[in-house]
Design a protein around this ligand. Structure first.
Ligand SMILES: NC(=O)c1ccc[n+]([C@@H]2O[C@H](COP(=O)([O-])OP(=O)(O)OC[C@H]3O[C@@H](n4cnc5c(N)ncnc54)[C@H](O)[C@@H]3O)[C@@H](O)[C@H]2O)c1
Length: 109
């Protein structure tokens, strides 16, 4: 059995499906997500309605915040890093919103 699993971007399209699968298999999962993507709050609400608070933990945070990431990864045995600005056009037109951090680089997809 894997220990604690951290999923950055866990409220996104891929992340929420991954988290759903991990929770269904009985794992403890922490989502680290800025909830900046439209629909991500709805995904989070849906996961919460399915699995409650015992297995699923949520941190609203930005992967560009080094201290927040450092605190989140401390307890994690496995990390899936899926937080990212998916649209290349958005990264070009709004570069400050493209996730970058000293600890994690998020691709632009
Ligand atoms: N969907 C695809 O077909 C596809 C294909 C190849 C690669 N990818 C890559 O997989 C990853 C996830 O893709 P997706 O389709 O689930 O995208 P998505 O936009 O649905 O999910 C990304 C999640 O990251 C969160 N996020 C964005 N910026 C953040 C930040 N600075 N800090 C914390 N959270 C932040 C958003 O709120 C969202 O919940 C991305 O890196 C994407 O580039 C996706």
């Amino acid at each position: 059995m894997i220990g604690s699993i951290l999923v950055t971007g866990g409220a996104g399209f891929i992340g929420s499906n991954l988290v759903h699968s991990l929770l269904r298999d009985g794992h403890d999962v922490t989502i680290f997500d800025a909830l900046s993507r439209r629909g991500s709050e709805r995904n989070m609400t849906w996961l919460r309605s399915q699995y409650g608070h015992s297995q699923l933990h949520c941190i609203r945070g930005d992967v560009r915040n080094f201290e927040a990431v450092q605190a989140a990864v401390r307890e994690a045995d496995v990390i899936y890093h899926l937080a990212g600005q998916v649209a290349v056009t958005s990264s070009v037109s709004h570069p400050p919103k493209a996730p970058r951090s000293p600890g994690i680089h998020a691709g632009d997809g």
